[in-house]
Design a protein around this ligand. Structure first.
Ligand code: AMP
Length: 428
């Protein structure tokens, strides 16, 4: 199928072309027609499937007709980074439309956002906490919202945002189109979908299992040998951009420091950083100034960074879902990627669940001088580790749960982002 067949406005097709998209991804092909018809949609889709454009393109199309200068489309996302990323997609795809958009999230000055909202925008991409601040201050008017998107709804639930979402819903007109996207479907999200959506079209792309383009490798190792193993692997492996996950913020900071001292171009991303520092890290990782980013799970969801060739679980995540999301940072948009996980004796339960999820025997990789034999068990075979060579023609491509609600959204600090908040789309 081609984008032309979707009958999108030609100014939007120009944005699609400029973004380099040649054909719709499966979720775009299935979601865009019903959204254009005005139907509610429930999308169950993994990250990296192109779901942002699946709702951004029909929103832009609808906004081309009707009133300008009032907020008509509202997209709510759990984290600042995701909210900014969606805003960036709106600006890029809508560059020729003359529509205006704003991103609204915490950790940065509210006053610039108030100015932006006063200057009249049609589309808002927001995190729940800061949006409620604006609602409470009377600095945003949502009475003309026609389209609502809840993105990564399961993550919003994990972060304790559902009461805020319900409060926001009470400020929207009853008559509107609703789209809900989620990677998983816990009971609470199903209940929210039942309340929110009217005769929705259900779209499921793939399973909530790791992308098939990702190769999984597991390294049994002692706790105190992880850093040396990581350095060894980075030394011997051909990589593009590498995303390393740790369990805690302090470990992310320490590990980044150790890798930097070992001569790596490394940055970190975790909740102790100001919003300005987080943006600097992410931008530097995106544009290739840093080869390695050490992050907590804050980076695991939704963040879109091209060229991530390897995701390394320095610390294993707590849940299968978190594993899926972490490794969803590589192997994006059908490119290949590698997920390397350091497994200690404490990770037995997760390894058993992973074995079921991956539907195959977990293969442990043995690295001379590092392998911890007590970790492997009947669930796993060992195989010898060979430093990889890049696969022929391979292109590197791609992109914590905070302890309290609103942490991502509300924690103050940081500088204003360049070109933020919101800008005329045509100026993007
Ligand atoms: P998402 O799942 O929305 O985070 O998108 C994942 C990545 O796929 C992003 O880098 C998008 O720019 C990219 N993408 C989205 N739609 C397309 C498309 N139709 N063709 C190629 N890349 C796409």
């Amino acid at each position: 199928m081609s984008f032309e067949k979707l009958m999108l406005n030609e100014k939007i097709l120009a944005g699609v072309k400029a973004a380099g998209y040649t054909e719709p991804t499966p979720i775009q092909a299935r979601a865009i027609p019903p959204v254009l018809e005005g139907r509610d949609v429930m999308g169950l889709a993994q990250t990296g499937t192109g779901k942002t454009a699946a709702f951004v393109l029909p929103i832009l199309h609808r906004m081309m007709r009707g009133r300008r200068g009032v907020v008509r489309a509202l997209i709510i996302a759990p984290t600042r980074e995701l909210s900014q990323q969606t805003h960036d997609a709106i600006c890029a795809l809508g560059r020729k439309t003359g529509l205006r958009a704003a991103s609204i999230y915490g950790g940065v000055s509210i006053f610039h956002q108030i100015d932006k909202l006063r200057s009249r925008v049609e589309i808002i991409s927001a995190c729940p906490g800061r949006l409620l601040d604006h609602i409470e201050r009377g600095t945003v008017n949502l009475s003309a919202v026609e389209m609502l998107v809840l993105d990564e709804a399961d993550h919003m639930f994990d972060m304790g945002f559902l009461p805020d979402i319900r409060l926001i819903l009470s400020h929207l007109p009853a008559q509107r189109q609703n789209l809900l996207f989620s990677a998983t479907m816990p009971r609470e999200i199903r209940a929210l979908a039942d309340d929110l959506l009217s005769s929705p079209v259900h779209i499921q792309i793939g399973h909530t299992a790791p992308a098939e383009t990702v190769r999984h490798a597991f390294y049994p190792v002692k706790l105190d040998r992880k850093t040396d193993l990581l350095k060894d692997l980075l030394e011997k492996t051909h990589t593009g951009s590498v995303l390393v996950f740790t369990k805690t913020k302090s470990r992310a900071k320490t590990l980044a420091g150790q890798l930097e001292r070992a001569g790596r171009r490394v940055t970190s991303l975790h909740g102790n950083l100001t919003q300005g520092k987080r943006k600097q890290s992410l931008d530097g990782f995106r544009d290739g100034r840093f080869d390695v980013m050490v992050a907590t799970d804050i980076a695991a969801r939704g963040i879109d960074v091209c060229r991530v060739s390897h995701v390394i679980n320095y610390d294993m995540p707590d849940t299968l879902d978190a594993y899926t999301h972490r490794i969803g940072r590589t192997g994006r948009a059908c490119k290949t990627g590698d997920a390397l996980s350091f497994v200690t004796a404490n990770d037995g339960d997760l390894m058993r669940s992973l074995k079921n999820l991956l539907g195959e025997k977990i293969e442990y990789q043995k690295v001379d001088g590092f392998t911890e034999p007590s970790v492997t068990d009947d669930n796993g075979r060992r195989s010898s580790y060979k430093p990889e060579k890049p696969r022929a023609g391979r292109k590197f491509f791609s992109s914590g749960k905070p302890s309290s609600p609103h942490r991502n959204d509300r924690k103050a600090g940081g500088r204003r982002l360049s070109g933020w908040p919101g800008r005329a789309i045509q100026a993007a």
